[in-house]
Design a protein. Structure first.
Length: 109
């Protein structure tokens, strides 16, 4: 698995942030969800979702960290995240931003 990276964006942000765009390949989910499914709101096997999220975390260089993702709804709401949060406390919105170094955040599409 390799994250897609835009070279122009990478050059501009290399000292500030790391990022990646992940596709369906490289995950352990099977059947209907056969992919790198990281969506905890799906009906995929919970263990597969968590393993897929650990694959992404490792690739992002934050192995063992919780990747914060919102309860995604199509809104104009962008949440400032300054600490990890639990699955039950996910904010509702469509975008996340942080100014905390090393705090992994993600959007699922």
């Amino acid at each position: 698995m390799q994250a897609f990276k835009d070279n122009a964006f990478s050059s501009a942000c290399a000292d500030v942030a790391s990022y990646g765009f992940y596709g369906r390949e490289g995950g352990v989910s099977t059947g209907l969800y056969a992919s790198l499914n990281c969506a905890r709101g799906s009906n995929d096997v919970r263990e597969s979702i968590e393993f897929n999220r650990s694959i992404v975390a490792k690739d992002m260089g934050c192995e063992g960290a919780e990747i914060s993702t919102p309860w995604q709804c199509h809104t104009a709401d962008c949440m400032l995240i300054n600490q990890p949060y639990t699955q039950d406390a996910r904010p509702v919105g469509d975008a996340l931003v942080t100014d905390v170094a090393g705090l992994p955040i993600a959007i699922l599409t």
